[in-house]
Design a protein around this ligand. Structure first.
Ligand code: ADP
Ligand code: MG
Length: 316
């Protein structure tokens, strides 16, 4: 039997190219573009090690959802992070889309310090847009890669509990309608999802003890989630490069300076909840917080896996 086998091998025609392939130049040398590719991967190694098995909370702003190419680019980064072992929690807003739908339905659009005044008809639109439209879209985009993502809102398993927010401005209480202030986050609920290998994709609605649903600013919600999960990093993606002062992009800024700039109006509107979310996260144990432009291709990968500074980093 043995002898038969040996004979067959000896007669094998190595020129039969259907079964065997050779290198053109007979060489195995790695050079040029491929060597550079290997170097790029190796340069990322310290960052991959640092972030392996750690939790990173990423918030996508409304502008990323306006354009499928941009959204795909952000989500490609998220997928890569997942496959190098980072536990990503994705939180999304949808302000622009909500405003557009409210205008279509002739509902008054009003913001106070970047927070949406949300009456009864507005909260219906918020639910429709955030859960019905945006959350489903992000989950489907991610799940093109397999069984990757689970879509949630704070209503699911009651994991984001809140009460009506009382917003104080100039010593006055302002009624923002169905805008919630988070009272508790069930971090085990999110951890269970992460530990089964899924990316939780979270629409930022919360419920009170009576089952009423509230709109929660997505930046604020991201920080509460990051804190409850003891995340290593929180990244807020938006439609500007970071905090801009006198037409220049700020690379790094302290929380004290941020508060001063909010008070004198140089940080205003939608940037206020972002900056406050970063400060709250840092004070409560999140190690790093960043505001990045999510419409710039692969800004997340550059921030996490390279030593290039991008966007604004907020520090204590
Ligand atoms: P998102 O959907 O990402 O939450 P927002 O519109 O709520 O976007 O917040 C980002 C906006 O904050 C920017 O587009 C800009 O108009 C505004 N903003 C206010 N102050 C600043 C500042 N100092 N630097 C940069 N952006 C600022
Ligand atoms: Mg906003």
């Amino acid at each position: 039997m043995n002898q038969n086998n040996t004979n067959t091998n000896a007669n094998t025609n190595i020129n039969n190219y259907l079964d065997i392939a050779f290198y053109e130049n007979n060489g195995n040398e790695i050079e040029g573009v491929y060597l550079n590719k290997a170097k790029v991967l190796l340069e990322a190694l310290p960052y991959i090690k640092e972030y392996f098995d750690k939790i990173v909370v990423i918030k996508m702003g409304g502008s990323m959802m306006e354009n499928d190419v941009i959204m795909q680019s952000v989500l490609d980064d998220v997928i890569l992070m997942k496959y190098v072992g980072i536990k990503v929690v994705l939180v999304h807003g949808g302000g622009k889309q909500i405003t557009q739908m409210m205008k279509e339905k002739n509902i008054k659009v009003e913001f106070i310090d970047g927070l949406r005044v949300t009456d009864e008809s507005a909260i219906e639109i918020v639910k429709m847009v955030l859960i019905g439209n945006i959350n489903t879209k992000i989950v489907s985009f991610l799940n093109k890669h397999g069984k990757i993502a689970v879509g949630l809102s704070g209503n699911d398993g009651n994991f984001i509990q809140c009460k009506k927010k009382i917003y104080k401005k100039d010593d006055k209480n302002i009624d923002l309608g169905f805008v919630g202030e988070i009272t508790e986050i069930d971090s085990d609920f999110i951890k269970n999802i992460l530990n089964t290998g899924y990316i939780p994709v979270i629409a930022t609605l919360g419920t009170d003890q009576l089952g009423n649903i509230y709109n929660i600013n997505a930046d604020t919600c991201s920080s509460k989630i990051a804190i409850s999960l003891k995340a290593l990093k929180m990244i807020l993606l938006t439609d500007v490069d970071g905090i801009i002062l006198e037409n220049k992009l700020v690379s790094k800024i302290s929380s004290n300076k941020c508060e001063e700039l909010i008070n004198n109006g140089l940080i205003n509107q939608g940037m206020i909840p972002k900056v406050k979310a970063c400060i709250d996260s840092l004070v409560n144990g999140v190690t790093r917080t960043h505001i990045l432009n999510g419409t710039v291709r692969h800004s997340i990968l550059v921030e996490i896996f390279t030593d290039k500074g991008i966007g604004t980093m907020i520090t204590l």
